[in-house]
Design a protein. Sequence first.
Length: 307
Amino acid sequence: MIDVCLLGTGGMMPLPYRALTSLMLRYNGSSIMVDCGEATQISIRRRGWSFNPIDVIFITHFHADHISGLPGLLLAMGNADRREPVTIVGPQGIEHVVRSLLVIAPRLPFQVNCIELDIDKAEEVMEIAGLRVKAFKVNHNMLCYGYSFELDRAGRFDADAARALGLPVQFWSRLQKGEEVEYEGKIYTGDMVMGPSRRGLKLTYTTDTRPTEKIVQEATGADLFICEGMYGENDAESLAKAKEKKHMTMQEAAEIAKKAQPKEMWLTHYSPSMVKPEQYADSVCEIFPRTIVSKDRRTVELNFEEE
């Protein structure tokens, strides 16, 4: 189970009724964030979630609406008695950018560690807080990444196979956890008693980019695809602006989802000039019906499929 909250859905600047784009995931007692525009901590409080469990913060790129909230958030975490280290992952230069921002947040009661993504790689995979995370380059007017989060699911335990091997019951749980077991001079491994892997969970998140085939690949098979929809008008002027600014329209996002077929797509990162993004829902859903024109703090609990 992964809890997902889209803390804010705004791009460029916060509005009285719309926070800047940020995502928060909760899994297995740990929290992960993606991006942190100014005043992100207000959305966390309004959602009723806690700062304390935030262990890792992923940054897509260094535009202010995605990173300028870090000092305030980290100070809020310190005031909430956070003492464990916090890791921040982002593009090349993340260490310098974070240290510069922390000039206004000195003497934090915890250590801040930075992981810099390799600029020479189109994608990188890491294990973070029990999830497999893939960072992949997208197409913005500066170095920018999308992120996919995956939770694997092991196969079913085959009790008949364990009995056939003559393994006592007290060893079964260890094999289910992937441990090796030695019994009567023989070594037993989980693959001897576990069925094929089952479908896990996947979330893909992209903002600030033109459409790319890589995004289609990453969103394919996702339980949830969160994608920017900076502009709602489907006309030549909006498309030209999207191309110039290296963003995308809602309809372009829907075309990506149509190809990738995630279970659901949430739109986010709206232009501040777009007062009512929901007015474009019908035109977008004509392309990809399982589209949600999200509002701040939209939340879902992703669960494994029942069998």
